[in-house]
Design a protein around this ligand. Sequence first.
Ligand SMILES: Cc1cc2nc3c(=O)[nH]c(=O)nc-3n(C[C@H](O)[C@H](O)[C@H](O)COP(=O)(O)O)c2cc1C
Length: 393
Amino acid sequence: MLKTRLTQMFGIEAPIFAFTHCRETVAAVSRAGGMGIYGAATFAPERVDADLAWIAANVEGKPFGVDLMMPQKSDGKGTTADAGALEEALRQGIPQAHRDFTASLLEQFQVPGLDTAPPVEDDGRPGGRGWRHSWYDFKLGAVETGARLQLEAALRHPIAFLVTALGTPPPDVRALARARGMKLGALVGSAKHARQHVEAGVDVIIAQGTEAAAHTGEISTLVLVPEIARAVAPVPVLAAGGIGSGEQLAAALALGAEGAWTGSIWLACAESDEPPEVVERLLAARSSDTLRSRCRTGKPLRQLKSPWSAAWEGPDSPGMLPMPTQHILTAEAEERIQRHRRADLTTIPVGQVVGAMDSVRPAAEILQALVTDCARTIARMGRLAPHANEEQA
Ligand SMILES: Cc1cc2nc3c(=O)[nH]c(=O)nc-3n(C[C@H](O)[C@H](O)[C@H](O)COP(=O)(O)O)c2cc1C
């Protein structure tokens, strides 16, 4: 057990928040005493509804959270309330050069079409097995119109913590969450954005360093966390980016965070629904095998390096389109890569901590190791300055 203001706020045993798209992992982390956070951004609203119902039934009454992308800036935001028409309008705007480049890469890398792909294994969930299949079906999770559809589905369930990425939750969303007794959180990569969120009434700031998986800024966790903790005090801060061990968790607490917000390490836990060949690539990867590229979503996103991302970043690339048009452009290509099990081309979001991921363990075991090793580290650090408390007194 590790006690901080955030374990007290949520009534949990360990200040470890686990972002994941996998409902089994959300439930396993919450049951083990941390807090599982369901990443809804990639899912169609029906899938969000079904997964959250499943999670609520499998957490043994423990709290869990939901994360949505609500970008302040994105292509086509607010142009229509009709998600289908918005997606079509964005698709129509894709330049021919971008379509041709995507097609030429699929040919160059010899990725066959969907017509010859093995069928998606049906596990009875809307959207099929694994988050990535749903990612191809629902392309508006990264614009407010889509996020609002997901939110509508999410609010039917007993969420303890509602978190948004890429922007401050709009006032009506904040009011809806408040009315249901949820705490609000927001991911940030700068002190300026952290202050804006706090002014809007966000309860917990998640300071995410550049080493993190997915959409990140350029400042490292070591620099960002104390900067933000000072800027928003006394609002509690979670440190995100590069935390995969008890030593790193202890470092986050030393920097002024009240806990850790983690993502990458859960991709390779026993409950993870990632395809085995992708997990194998993650276990083999080094910390230098990631890059920030706009090739997946249109915004800089840390991901595993692959020949696919190298081509988009290379001299022949037509450049990336804004969010979410880049995703609308490349979704089918990514699905072909996944369905044909071309893990060599995968650009899965993952952080630099991937270099330390070397085995598959149950989520509860990963969580317990974080807590035990953190406590041991704090004790070891205490021994470095045995008289510190007396000197202070
Ligand atoms: C596969 C994957 C997808 C992610 N997608 C999102 C997302 O949709 N929204 C979000 O707020 N964060 C997303 N993240 C980032 C996590 O919320 C978290 O900030 C990050 O993983 C922490 O750094 P770490 O990967 O070093 O643990 C994602 C992370 C991973 C691993």
